[in-house]
Design a protein around this ligand. Sequence first.
Ligand code: COI
Length: 359
Amino acid sequence: MKLNTYPMSSSNIKIIPIQQSKINSVDFNNLTFGTVFSDYMFECDYKNGDWQTPTIKPYGAITIDPSARVFHYGQAVFEGMKAYKDANDAIFLFRPEDNHERINKSSARLAIPEFPKDYFIDGLKTLLNLEKDWIKKGIGNSMYIRPFVIATQPAISASPSEEYKFMIILSPAQAYYSGEVRVLFAEEYSRAASGGVGFAKAAGNYAAQFFPTKLANEQGYQQIIWTDADSHEYLEEAGTMNIFFRVNDTLITAPNNDRILDGITRKSVIQLAKDNNMKVEIRRISVSEIKEAAKKGELKEIFGSGTATVINPIIGFSHGGEKFDLPKLEESYASFFKEKLTNIQYNISEDPYGWRFKI
Ligand code: COI
């Protein structure tokens, strides 16, 4: 079996050591997603047309001029990744080159300069090696990795910044959603429009969902499944997850387009489904088709896929004032994919795809 590793290369990261680790103050058995950060962070500035020497330094506040475009125009993109520790304390990333490629695609759409691959991979390796003790063993424990880029040039003209900051912060993680997830199918608000930035991990895509999601939360729904902005008739993605439907034994998911995030977990699920002889359809899915299937008892499952959430079963949905509950299955596709994926991610099973990278 091919074991993917990366040689260290030449980004010459400067490391500023911490005085004292915070690790003993952290309760690793009670983590709320995204609220605890490790000791170090990675930072690299772009100015005079180039990415400068990266630094790894103690995690903490940064100073940015109030006129920086990130605050005014939301010129910012991010990624979501995880590191996993196996039973022998080895640490792995999952398809990290795909994250690098995707952050650069997101950046290009927001007129942000691309970030070099060796800086990205070296930054991750060096940071994760420093923070080994923060990565806990056992399925469900991981280090959530948040690379992001923000426009920092002090100027409020509505044009691309000439200065940026690329950073990576690390947050030890357990489950993203705690408890059961019910969703609303969007009927009024939209997440993305054709020709827009829906495919990018642009910060503003997420902020724009907060208000409608808050309204959904008030009605008892954790998430919205966004529909196409023109007709609200076709199901697209959940904003924090891509979405799969199982009708009888067929797995259906929407095709990638410029409104839908090209999910790394999504494409891994599709690959696993095909290789396990499941029937997969990548096509437009109408709300009426799913409601019809639910009424006939043919809708067996809905689940979301994403880095933070992994595979998240959805237990019910609502649309047009009608509420539907999904059956509770002994052997679900969701648990099948979750197990296959986590076994690869935690170095429990073979990885015939070369998705796992040892750091
Ligand atoms: C991820 O799954 O990593 C994401 O970026 C979604 C985020 C909103 C937590």
